[in-house]
Design a protein. Structure first.
Ligand code: 13P
Length: 288
C-alpha cells in the first residue's frame, strides 16, 4: 500500500463532513500505533512528523519505518495513509523530506511579514507539486509551543480573512492553517474559537482547513470546527502524554519486572486506544 498525499483524503473528508486525524509520531512504536489504529478503525490517516523529530532520527530512518508499517500487510489492511511534515520553517529540511518520500509538507512562514510568507509558501508549492507532494501553509499566529516555534499569548493573533483569501488564491495550498483561536500544547482556560472567522475563511477560500492545537479541545468544539470546514485535525500533545504515561504506568504497576518489550507494548496500546477514540470522534472511522 503506497503512501498517498493529502489531496484526495482531505477533499473526500470536506465533502462528506468529517476530518482526517493527523497524529504526530515520536518513534517507530508511535508510528506503528497510528498505522494499526487506522487499520482497526478503517480510517484514512495522516502520520505527522515535527521537524525536530525528523532531525532527531533522520529522514531515512523515519521513511523506512513508515514504508515498512504501511506496506507490511498483504492484502493491504489500511486505507489511505499520508506522511506529512508538520510546521517547518526550513526550506532545506522540506526539500530533504520531499526527496526522501514524504507525501506532504507544511511550510510555516507565519512569523514572517505577510508578503514574505506568501513568497516562501509559493516557493514550497513550486518545489512540491512536480513531485505530487501536497502543501499546507499557515497565516496568523497560533499561541503555544510546537517544536521550536514559540508564540506567547500577547503575540498570538487570528488570521485576517482578506489576507487568507488572497493567500490561498496566490499560493494555492492543498490545506490551509489559519489561526482561529486554538493553541498548541495544554489549554490553560476555555479556548475562544473564532467560529465566524473559520466559516468565512473556509467558505471563501474553498481550501480544506487544518485545525491545529487539537489536544484538549472539547468534543463539541471538534464537531463544530469540522462542520465549518476543518478537514484535518492535528493531535500532538496527547501522544506525548500517552507515550510517557503509558510507559511509566506499566513500570509503576510492575516495578520489579524490567521487561522492556512489555513496557513498549503498554505504551503502544495506550497510544493506539487514544488515536482510535479520536478517529471515531472526527468521523473518519469507517471512511477508509
Ligand atoms: P496539540 O499539541 O495541541 O495537539 O497540537 C498539535 C498541532 O497542532 C501540531 O501542529
Amino acid at each position: 500500500m503506497p503512501l498517498e498525499n493529502m489531496k484526495a483524503m482531505l477533499s473526500k473528508a470536506a465533502t462528506e463532513g468529517y476530518a482526517v486525524g493527523a497524529f504526530n509520531i515520536l518513534d517507530y512504536n508511535s508510528a506503528k500505533a497510528v498505522v494499526q489504529a487506522a487499520q482497526e478503525a478503517n480510517a484514512p490517516v495522516i502520520i505527522q512528523t515535527s521537524a525536530k523529530t525528523v532531525i532527531f532520527w533522520g529522514a531515512a530512518a523515519i521513511i523506512s519505518w513508515v514504508r515498512q508499517l504501511v506496506g507490511s500487510s498483504s492484502p493491504p489492511k489500511s486505507g489511505p495513509i499520508a506522511l506529512h511534515l508538520d510546521h517547518c520553517k526550513d526550506l532545506d529540511l522540506i526539500k530533504e523530506c520531499i526527496d526522501s518520500g514524504w507525501t506532504s509538507v507544511m511550510i510555516d512562514a507565519s512569523a514572517k511579514p505577510f508578503e514574505e510568507n506568501l513568497v516562501l509558501s509559493r516557493q514550497v508549492v513550486q518545489m512540491a507539486r512536480p513531485k505530487d507532494v501536497t502543501v499546507e501553509a499557515e497565516i496568523g499566529a497560533i499561541v503555544g509551543v510546537e517544536d521550536d516555534i514559540h508564540v506567547k499569548e500577547q503575540q498570538a493573533h487570528l488570521a485576517d480573512s482578506e489576507q487568507a483569501i488572497r493567500f490561498c488564491a496566490e499560493v494555492k495550498p492543498d490545506c490551509f492553517a489559519p489561526a482561529i483561536g486554538t493553541a498548541h500544547g495544554v489549554y490553560k482556560g476555555e479556548p475562544r474559537i473564532a467560529y465566524d472567522r473559520l466559516e468565512e475563511i473556509a467558505t471563501k477560500t474553498a481550501v480544506p482547513i487544518a485545525l491545529h492545537g487539537g489536544t484538549g479541545l472539547a468534543d463539541n468544539v471538534f464537531k463544530k470546527c469540522i462542520s465549518l470546514g476543518c478537514a484535518k485535525v492535528n493531535i500532538s500533545t496527547q501522544l506525548k502524554y500517552a507515550f510517557i504515561d503509558g510507559f511509566v504506568a506499566y513500570h509503576e504497576a510492575h516495578n520489579t519486572q524490567y521487561n522492556p518489550l512489555k513496557v513498549i507494548d503498554a505504551q503502544f496500546n495506550k497510544l493506539k486506544a487514544g488515536i482510535i477514540e479520536k478517529m471515531k470522534l472526527f468521523g473518519s472511522a469507517g471512511k477508509a
